[in-house]
Ligand binder design. Structure first.
Ligand code: ADP
Ligand code: TYD
Length: 713
């Protein structure tokens, strides 16, 4: 479960708290009703065959309304006042639950009593089909969006965890109570059989919820009163609902995923008995598999949000379906009970997480006026899919038995449950992937990196669109590697070609950046204190964010060539490798700051730190980073080289001890490939111009400043 504090926070919201109490009560009623109505019907007859028929017909009658009424139930929830809809439904259920034991009191003929029980159950179920979407659609209106997930955790845990157990206990308690008060079976008066008492009790729970909703949760009413007059006819609303589900990618993806999960679940349930046999695990194995499946469900619902952290809920949903279905494949292949138990646990975890994220997405992202129909659609579909897959798969498995498989070197006994589970698993995985594609809200962001990042609290965000025309070139390297010199070279060459060139740098290309630059680079004697590593990383990131947004992107957008002296790699090398902050964190920070803007080309000027520092030293006072140890600069150098080798197509690595003009040639040659074909240029000619310009600009005959070891090309 989410933190206790979060639970308390949702329960502090009064209308939700009351609705939760109502839900707990009516769900207790539902479970009691399910148990009691069927045992009640069975108790009316003696022989076991007739008992079976009675039991079965009550169950069937509970599923039928889903087929008949499911499609229109949502129209009620969207069209009429949801509070009144809920109240009327509860009153109907109150009356019809009471009518079952009442009928037994009045009528003597047990066939009639059973028939009435079936009719009453049918009506009760029909009502539930209308009540549930109204309730589901109302919940998101009672809560802030951020609390919806926790609220759903609480609701699901109540409906599927607490109340079924409680219902069982209540039934046992009633049984004992009846015996204590009225004595054993033969001497009891009519109408107080335990199942009858349960039905009376059940009837009262619905009266209680009707009263609470009517008087206590007025907030459920009172939405968009103005829109009501403009409502189209019911039939129109119904077709609109279908159209909405089939045309909205999010809802289509959700529906597909949920149905896939339920189909997989249905096959697992339908084949479970035979599956346990195929593991030679018997009844105890069967029970164990079921128990772990439910345990997994609980874990998925309770711990899911904590585990996936900040992951996009849409992605989480798709991932959960794939996890559940993939684990069905584990079940299909498991030859040992331990493996099967692990598989069942994972099926449960995946299904529980899918259930939670699916409900939350549906509640949070479907607009209020469509929500009832969307929930009704899912409610109907899941019941139908579940019923079909459970019955079909148990029939198929029952008929299929097991086959003897001879592979020549080894022989196997393959139960027909295995291929069936495998098919269900594959089908589910495909459904999950398709669902994910339909509704992915982070297209283009690598999936697994995002999942891992999110689990660690640092989700990746989709890149902001990059302007198509401009070219972004970055120079990287250690101190004194010659970046500024090469930037000037390249800029002049491209300007000579008539290109719009923007020369910039990090840190400090903007007025804000200037101030950040002095905060981060001025020596401690000036600033009065040493910048701590994380603060340093954040300051560079802040400079970068501002720089990209106010200088780089606008220039690229108008088609300019942007040449920057340093960019993201400097942070990875200096703050990551140099300061030894975790590189993935620094990388995430930069990605966030830049909106994912990557350079088209990074020119890495690689140089021995000692040589570079000597060159830089000639420029005067060393800044904070220049005065770091040689080991620091060694780490920085190798970090740059690692980055380049990880993505060679984007990098040009040059030996910076070469003369400046030959480096410039190399750079130009590479940059040429980035230009549109019609702008290809004659290198020799431009280089001559460039050499002249640079000499004129700097006054340096650069090529004469060759350090020893440098060679002319
Ligand atoms: N290829 C080169 N060979 C020798 N000296 C160079 C070369 N490129 C630049 N220099 C000199 O090295 C010093 C630092 O160059 P600069 O371009 O400012 O490096 P950075 O911007 O990487 O710190 C300058 O005095 C510059 O003239
Ligand atoms: C952009 C950036 C620079 N730096 C450091 C590297 C440099 O030592 C310093 C300033 O860079 P720069 O202005 O390029 O200095 P120089 O001309 O001496 O190479 O900032 C980082 O540590 N992280 C970063 O993200």
């Amino acid at each position: 479960m989410s933190g206790f504090g979060e639970l308390k926070a949702v329960l502090r919201i009064r209308p939700f708290r009351r609705l939760w109490a109502v839900l707990g009560l009516s769900s207790l009623g539902d479970w009691l009703g399910l148990l009691a109505a069927s045992t009640f019907a069975a108790a009316q007859v003696d022989n076991s065959a007739a008992q079976g028929v009675a039991f079965g017909s009550v169950i069937a009658v509970r599923l039928l309304p889903a087929l008949v009424l499911g499609p229109v139930a949502g129209v009620f929830a969207d069209r009429f006042d949801r509070r009144l809809t809920m109240v009327v439904c509860d009153l109907i259920r109150f009356l019809f639950f009471a009518s079952m034991p009442a009928a037994a009191l009045i009528v003597d003929d047990s066939t009639l009593v059973i028939a009435w029980a079936a009719v009453a159950t049918f009506i009760i179920e029909t009502t539930a089909m209308i009540w549930t979407p109204a309730k589901e659609a109302a919940v998101p209106n009672l809560l802030p969006r951020a609390r919806l997930e926790t609220a759903n955790q609480l609701t699901l845990a109540t409906t599927y965890g607490i109340t079924p157990v409680l219902a069982g206990l209540v039934l046992i308690g009633l049984e004992k109570l009846v015996v204590v008060i009225f004595g054993g079976g033969d001497v009891r008066p009519q109408g107080v059989e335990p199942s009858e008492v349960a039905l009376w009790f059940n009837s009262l729970t619905f009266l209680a919820t009707a009263i609470t909703v009517f008087f206590g949760i007025k907030e459920i009413s009172g939405r968009r009163t103005a829109a009501v007059e403009r409502k189209p006819g019911m039939l129109k609303e119904f077709t609109q609902g279908w159209a909405f589900v089939s045309r909205t990618p999010l809802v289509r993806g959700l529906v597909l995923g949920i149905f896939g999960a339920f189909a997989g679940g249905g096959v697992v349930v339908g084949t479970a008995k035979f599956y346990a046999v195929s593991l030679s695990a018997g009844d105890a194995g069967f029970a164990l598999l079921f128990a772990t499946l439910f345990l997994g469900l609980g874990v998925g619902i309770a711990a899911g949000p904590k585990i996936v952290g900040a992951l996009s809920r849409r992605r989480w949903f798709g991932l959960s379906i794939v996890l559940a279905a993939g684990s069905v494949l584990i079940l299909a292949l498991a030859t040992h009970l331990v493996v099967a138990v692990a598989g069942a646990l994972l099926v449960g975890v995946g299904a529980g997480m899918a259930f939670l994220s699916g409900t939350t997405l549906l509640g949070g992202e479907v607009a209020d006026d469509m929500r009832g129909r969307a929930f009704a659609f899912v409610q109907m579909g899941t019941r139908v899919v579940l019923m079909l897959t459970i019955s079909l798969s148990s029939v198929i498995v029952g008929a299929g038995g097991s086959r003897h498989l001879n592979l020549g070197f080894k022989e196997f006994e393959v139960s027909s449950t295995r291929p069936l589970l495998a098919i269900a698993g594959i089908f589910g995985v495909i459904a999950g992937i398709v669902a994910l594609r339909q509704m992915d809200d982070k297209k283009g962001v690598p999936f697994f990196a995002d999942v891992l990042g999110s689990i660690r609290g640092r989700p990746l965000s989709p890149d902001e669109p990059k302007a198509a025309q401009g070219i972004f070139i970055v120079f990287e390297g250690g101190e004194g590697a010659g970046k500024s010199t090469q930037v000037r070279h390249l800029a002049e060459a491209l300007r000579g070609l008539g290109r719009d060139v923007v020369v910039t740098r990090e840190p400090g290309a903007t007025p804000l950046g200037e101030r950040i630059r002095s905060l981060v680079l001025d020596p401690p004697e000036v600033t009065g204190e040493v910048v701590t590593p994380r603060a340093e990383a954040l300051l560079y990131a802040a400079d970068r964010a501002h720089h990209v947004a106010s200088v780089v992107r606008p220039a690229l957008a108008r088609g300019a060539v942007v040449i920057s002296d340093r960019y993201v790699d400097s942070s990875l090398a200096y703050q990551g490798a140099g300061r030894t902050l975790p590189v993935d964190e620094v990388s995430w920070l930069s990605k966030w700051a830049t909106g994912g803007l990557k350079p088209d080309l990074v020119v890495l000027l690689d140089l021995e730190p000692a040589v570079g520092l000597a060159r830089a030293g000639r420029r005067g006072d060393a800044d904070r980073l220049e005065s770091e140890s040689l080991a620091f600069h060694e780490r920085v150098r190798y970090a740059f080289l690692d980055l380049a080798s990880a993505d060679p197509s984007r990098y040009l690595v040059l030996d910076a001890s070469l003369p400046a003009d030959s480096l410039a040639t190399g750079v130009l040659q590479r940059v040429r490939h980035l230009m549109p074909a019609d702008e290809e240029f004659d290198i020799a000619e431009i280089l001559e111009d460039v050499a002249e310009t640079v000499t004129a600009l700097t006054g340096d005959e650069l090529t004469d400043e060759l350090p020893s070891g440098g060679t002319r090309v």
